[in-house]
Write a protein that binds this ligand. Structure first.
Ligand code: CTP
Length: 136
């Protein structure tokens, strides 16, 4: 089973690690569609603390992630639809069997259910990149 998950994974923390560990256990090859720096900033969030290359490197140093691919897309008004198209292309090209996301995304990925299985995992409470940034 080839598993795909999406995210920014900035300032990698134990909530991310638990998500990645459980996602990896659902298959035998885990791919992360890692949001580009511009994609993150376009969602009304501050620029990532770590650049795409560093975030990618950190993920590949975990024992859960097999591959990291760039997840990028248009950030204009039609962005949402085009990002869906981009994700469908990834699912097809990477021969994905299942998308796994944290429960904060529950329902949001159901649109891909016609292309592969979609599964949500409980989010780890009490930790997030935004919360770390605030505390720092
Ligand atoms: N995640 C999780 N538990 C957490 C934080 C994140 O399971 N405590 C999961 C998310 O549900 C998502 C993935 O990790 O599937 C990547 O999340 P991301 O948005 O990069 O991390 P956050 O810490 O949620 O970042 P932010 O505070 O910017 O929203």
């Amino acid at each position: 089973m080839r598993i795909l998950t999406f995210g920014a994974f900035d300032i990698l923390h134990y909530g991310h690690m638990r998500l990645l560990e459980r996602a990896a256990q659902r298959g035998d090859y885990l791919i992360v569609g890692l949001a580009s720096d511009t994609l993150i900033a376009s969602r009304g969030k501050p620029e990532p603390f770590y650049s795409f290359d560093i975030r990618r490197e950190m993920l590949l140093h975990t024992r859960h992630v097999d591959e990291v691919v760039l997840h990028d897309g248009p950030v204009d008004g039609a962005g949402r639809v085009k990002l869906i198209t981009e994700k469908v292309r990834l699912i097809r090209d990477m021969k994905i069997d299942e998308i796994v996301m944290g429960s904060d995304w529950a329902g949001e990925y159901d649109v891909f259910a016609q292309h592969c299985a979609v599964h949500y995992l409980d989010r780890t409470p009490g930790i997030s990149t935004s919360c770390i940034r605030k505390q720092l």
